[in-house]
Design a protein around this ligand. Structure first.
Ligand SMILES: C[S@@+](CC[C@H](N)C(=O)[O-])C[C@H]1O[C@@H](n2cnc3c(N)ncnc32)[C@H](O)[C@@H]1O
Length: 239
């Protein structure tokens, strides 16, 4: 048990081995205990030791969406210490296992120290997690340019930087990521982006793109803390 009731509630929403549950409990506890990052001069200055992780209830939702849609090919923009990635890999592995087929989570991180930590965390979570993840290190605007799966079922946009001050989150990577992945999204694929209400200004270009009927998306915003945008790719109109 942890000191945070929201962690146990989230862990009760997923199917996982005791090893994975313990890894998640430990990581969520560390993430929820960290002092929020509220300043800095550059995009990641001062944030290298911070999880800036997806909240537990959002992780539960993402896991359940992946299970309900039987998603097997997932891209995660912004991996940090790999906490949310564990949920993605857990669901992908379970979905692939049910069909006796393959699956993959493409994780992305441009900070080498964070990438190394993420690998450690996945190792601690065990083979149920680790073997489903391909971590691409470097700027995702480069690393996602090639070798994507033919069909992508789910994109998690969480490459935001920590707040530069109390009001703003810098979110310049969401749309560039989506435009790289969009050609491979299957009909029915989901795109989930975090803190879209809190950082509405930063996400303006993403939401305009999603709202443009020519791009083939429909979306809603779930009232999780900061707002969680959920878009579904319904396909471009042919006539
Ligand atoms: C909000 S954190 C991700 C948290 C993670 N999804 C989780 O829930 O545990 C955002 C991460 O995106 C990374 N990032 C920022 N810009 C990036 C870029 N251009 N390419 C790859 N990763 C980037 C940051 O280093 C940071 O670790």
């Amino acid at each position: 048990m942890s000191d945070f009731p929201e962690i146990e509630k989230t862990l009760a929403s997923i199917e996982a081995s005791p090893q994975v549950l313990q890894a998640l409990r430990d990581l969520h506890t560390q993430a929820l205990s960290e002092v929020p990052f509220l300043g800095g001069n550059g995009p990641t200055t001062g944030a290298l030791d911070k999880f800036v992780a997806l909240d537990p209830d959002k992780c539960a939702l993402v896991y359940l969406l992946l299970r309900s849609t039987q998603a097997r090919f997932v891209v995660e923009a912004g991996t940090s210490f790999g906490l949310s990635t564990i949920y993605l890999a857990l669901a992908v592995g379970q979905n692939a296992g049910l069909r006796g087929s393959d699956g993959k989570v493409i994780a992305t991180e441009n900070e080498p120290t964070k990438a190394a930590k993420a690998r450690e965390h996945w190792r601690a979570a065990g083979d149920e997690i680790e073997k489903w993840i391909e971590l691409r290190e470097g700027d995702l605007r480069e690393t996602l340019k090639s070798n994507l799966p033919d069909q992508i079922d789910f994109l998690l946009l969480d490459s935001k930087f920590p707040p530069q001050d109390r009001k703003e989150v810098w979110t310049p990577l969401a749309l560039p990521t989506l435009t790289l992945v969009h050609p491979r999204l299957k009909i029915g694929a989901m795109v989930v982006a975090d803190n879209t209400t809190m950082a509405a200004d930063g996400y303006k270009d993403l939401t305009s793109y999603l709202e443009d009927p020519a791009n083939g998306f429909k979306m809603t915003t779930a009232p999780y803390s900061g707002g969680l945008l959920i878009a579904v790719y319904i396909g471009k109109k042919t006539s």
